[in-house]
Write a protein that binds this ligand. Structure first.
Ligand code: HEC
Ligand code: HEC
Length: 463
């Protein structure tokens, strides 16, 4: 393979079409006996609304009407298919071959014209322009989406649903990709008692504004099967119950949440059945062999290999990556989650004080860029070259950099001064923002010669 160029644009290619199982037709009624629990789980994600409606289908397709110019005029003039594409692009949504039609995989329709945001809003994403089942969505921009929904409704005189009194706000992320799912979950759990019933009194002390903003990248679901514990700091044992916290909408009764337990057993089965996607390009076998030796020397102790996964949690002070996610999540939230219904009343193991980050399995790591728990490093080459990681960067939506292994990114010396549309500003990753630092993970500490980096990257493609 050719040398990795110093110019990060030079060898970017768009990935070849990944094989997509032709027309899985998940909407077609399946004979119950033929469907496994995991298959049912994935079908349910796309067909069963798990939260109250987020917006109507008509509202979704009208969102362009509140865009700033010139995007609004361009959308107004565009044919319907092109306008659909513009909607997907603005919010980081995708249509999926698994559910043909114009509704993005991020939403589940109820058949009455309403759309409910689903788990795939963050947990369904593309690489190189192709949707991969179970990949975290590194393009998602929920801040822009919710701002546009609010603007459209304001224009139409539809009153906003009030945020419950006493619950601190959970801001959306100012950068695409990493999201504040935790701020949302913490807000929801503040008003759920130990039986998952809705209350009006805070169930643990109100977190500070800092504790309500814990930007995190969405991990790939295919890592789940290797793990015994979930989340970047591995604070709780994995179970179908603890992922139900994400549907504990303020509008739901406890009964409505508990009634969804059976579907969640299937969804959990699917999450643990998802397979890592094989690398779609050619690899150089001799270089892979060399890279394997580098991996066995410098990486395997923490990340493991194949079925031998040590699930090590490395203290923040040692790994040195951005500390916010590991240190600022309210301990009271973790205890409340673990002790209540979502933690099977204490039966799910809880590790509230890990103070570090788990070294993920690296299966399918070619597809999970940008890297680290906050998605701050666009390529593997950058990860292996700490002193040269870009401080401000933007990326293309569909380009993939096969040489550096990661997203096709451009480094910037500073934020462009003339960007007024917040949606455009969110396309710039700014590592100076709290929670978005790109430091740390300098392994091996002395660094690797470029030839070793190239070999290691070739090996990582095969995981
Ligand atoms: C707003 C975005 C968002 C939505 C919606 C969302 N998640 Fe997540 N999810 C995340 C993020 C971000 C993480 C990583 C959190 C961390 O590591 O601390 C995560 C982590 C997880 C994990 C743990 C994975 C691991 O390897 O540690 C599971 C399982 C999961 N989510 C399931 C779900 C399910 C099921 C739903 C739907 C009910 C859902 N999520 C909805 C963003 C989201
Ligand atoms: C001392 C333990 C340790 C060693 C050695 C180590 N890592 Fe890591 N690695 C971690 C931890 C902990 C994280 C999570 C850090 C974070 O996300 O903030 C991580 C994260 C990563 C990620 C990010 C995964 C993703 O999808 O975002 C990659 C890629 C990675 N490591 C590759 C490597 C490679 C390649 C090597 C060998 C050169 C290596 N690591 C050596 C502990 C280690």
């Amino acid at each position: 393979m050719a040398a990795v160029p110093t110019d990060r644009h030079a060898r970017t290619v768009v990935l070849p079409l990944l094989a997509v199982a032709a027309a899985t037709l998940l909407l077609a009624p399946c004979p119950a006996a033929a469907e496994t629990s995991a298959e049912r789980g994935y079908r349910l994600l796309l067909t069963l609304p798990l939260v109250p409606p987020t917006l109507t289908e008509a509202e979704y397709f009208d969102l362009w009407q509140v865009w700033p110019e010139p995007q609004r005029a361009a959308a107004a003039a565009a044919p319907p298919a092109e306008r659909r594409r513009m909607l997907l692009e603005r919010y980081g949504f995708q249509e999926t071959p698994d559910r043909p039609g114009p509704i993005p995989q991020q939403f589940t329709p109820d058949g009455k014209g309403n759309l409910s945001e689903n788990c795939l809003s963050c947990h369904g994403g593309p690489v190189g322009g192709k949707v991969i089942r179970g990949l975290g969505n590194s393009l998602i921009d929920l801040a822009t989406f919710y701002e546009d929904v609010a603007a459209l409704r304001a224009e139409r005189g539809i009153p906003a649903v009030p945020w419950p009194e006493g619950v601190p706000p959970a801001p959306e992320s100012p950068v695409r990709g990493p999201n504040n799912a935790w701020g949302g979950a913490i807000a929801l759990l503040l008003l759920r008692d130990g039986n998952a019933d809705r209350t009006d009194t805070l169930q643990f002390p109100a977190p500070t504004p800092e504790q309500m903003f814990l930007p995190t990248k969405t991990p790939a679901f295919w890592l789940s099967k290797r793990k015994t514990r979930y989340y970047a700091d591995a604070f709780i044992g994995k179970s179908h119950r603890d992922i139900m916290q994400f549907i504990a909408s303020f509008a739901y009764s406890g009964e409505q949440i508990r009634a969804l337990e059976e579907p969640f057993r299937d969804i959990y089965a699917w999450i643990n059945a998802v397979e890592a996607p094989p690398y779609p390009g050619p690899v150089d076998p001799a270089l892979v062999q060399r890279g394997r030796l580098v991996y066995l020397r410098d990486c395997v102790a923490c990340h493991g290999i194949a079925d031998s996964y040590p699930e090590r949690v490395i203290p923040v002070a040692e790994v040195g990556t951005d500390p916010v996610r590991a240190t600022d999540m309210p301990r009271d939230f973790k205890l409340h989650l673990g002790e209540g219904w979502f933690g099977e009343n204490g039966a799910t193991p809880l590790y509230p004080d890990t103070g570090g980050y788990v070294a993920q399995p690296l299966d399918g790591v070619w597809a999970t860029a940008p890297y680290l728990h906050n998605g701050s490093v666009p390529t593997m080459w950058d990860l292996l070259t700490p002193s040269e990681r870009p401080k401000i960067w933007s990326r293309s939506d569909a380009g993939y950099d096969l040489a550096r292994l990661g997203v096709e990114a451009t480094a910037h010396a500073e934020m462009p001064a003339d960007l007024t549309d917040p949606a455009e500003r969110r396309r710039y990753y700014r590592t100076d923002l709290r929670g978005f630092g790109n430091q740390g993970h300098a392994y091996p500490p002395a660094g690797l010669p470029d030839a070793d980096k190239r070999a290691l990257i070739e090996f990582l493609k095969t995981l």
